[in-house]
Design a protein around this ligand. Sequence first.
Ligand code: DSN
Length: 455
Amino acid sequence: MIQDLAIDLLNQPLAYVDPEIAEVLELELERQQRTLEMIASENFVPMSVLECQGSVLTNKYAVGYPGRRDYGGCERIDVAEQLAIDRACELFGAEHANMQPHSGTQANTAAYHALLDPGETILALEVTHGGHFTHGSPVNVSGHLYDLATYHVERTTGLVDMDEVERVARQRRPRLILAGWSAYPRALDFARFRTIADDVGAYLLVDMAHFAGLVAAGVYPNPVPHADVVTSTIHKTLGGPRGGMILSTERLAGRIDAAVYPGQQSGPLQHVIAGKAVALRIAASDAFRERQERTVAGARAVAGQLLAAGHDVLTGGTDTHLVMCDLREFGLDALEGENRLASVGITVSHSPVPLDPRPADVPGGLRIGTSALATRGLQVADFLEVGAIIAEALEPRGFASRRAELATRAAELADRYPLYPRLGAASGGIVLDFPAVSREIGQRPPAAQMRRRPA
Ligand code: DSN
């Protein structure tokens, strides 16, 4: 009986083995299909990447690096990881790539570990001005291990104050200057950061987690020629699987690799690394470039609609995939704004806004991103409509009477651009249905039935 059970469990589908988790997957698919995803750090991976992540590569331990592993049987894995490395180097013009960080956070932690001794100083963008908490914030291990100095955006323009970067660098003599952001809508002057870093003898690390896809497409400045080390995620604008990477000069390659493994991690996630390779191949294509251009044009369209409706858009627009909307002028609480948009089917995230005198954990605005919707296929005219819906939803008064109409308009856009139709459509599609079997796993699965999804 136990043996039968084991055989069954190895080969049966999720809907049979674990109906509760299967239901979570199905409902999440439906949520993604039915709503307009505008979290600036999210995207939709192609089916080819889903295929890698659900593949047998997940079974393989491959501690080490291609050609020098601590485990046998890595000959296929090596091919995939080397492809990912070579594609990353070629796409971004880097001398070295480490594709193993499990996330952007781990990429940053490993990069610090490679370059700094505990107690040395990092100079980074203040988190409430658009920086990221892994850039030396006290709530992160980087803030425990290293001394943090910060630079800010200017009060009038909302742009990073490069004169302040230079001034603070000269005063504090950081070992590492960090250029990069999580909630800042404009391009950075990497050449000036390099000059300042050279002036004070600091490393220059660029965290391009958000804008890597824009860099790959040539619509945002490439930091690689200027930086000693560039960290990134693969899953934001790059549109690949959730995970990180580190690019560096050849001179630092050994230190970066040693900091990732054995410094921070053990077994790499080879199913994810294969997905990273696929994403990087796609990112070298003309179709990807067109999508990134549409992503930025879409963000500009959304910003334009918000501005036209009288909303406060930080820096007056965007060069990127994201728009920062300060809601304080309208007296609208940012959580209320996020909830209003959720109730009409648009998902965004609240965010602190620079120079807000209130505590850092009180969000003053919304961060609105266009990457996922551009991947889904929305065109600039659609983004104008999305921007109009958002602007109307955030009007201080009369939301309750407008909510249903705004939700219908958002749903029409979602319907026009089906997401993952092969996985089962949110409305009207056919899905394989395993009727709720006993929660006692190990029983023979009932035959799958075709059913039409409820609209
Ligand atoms: N990178 C963050 C974001 O921008 O959403 C998550 O840590």
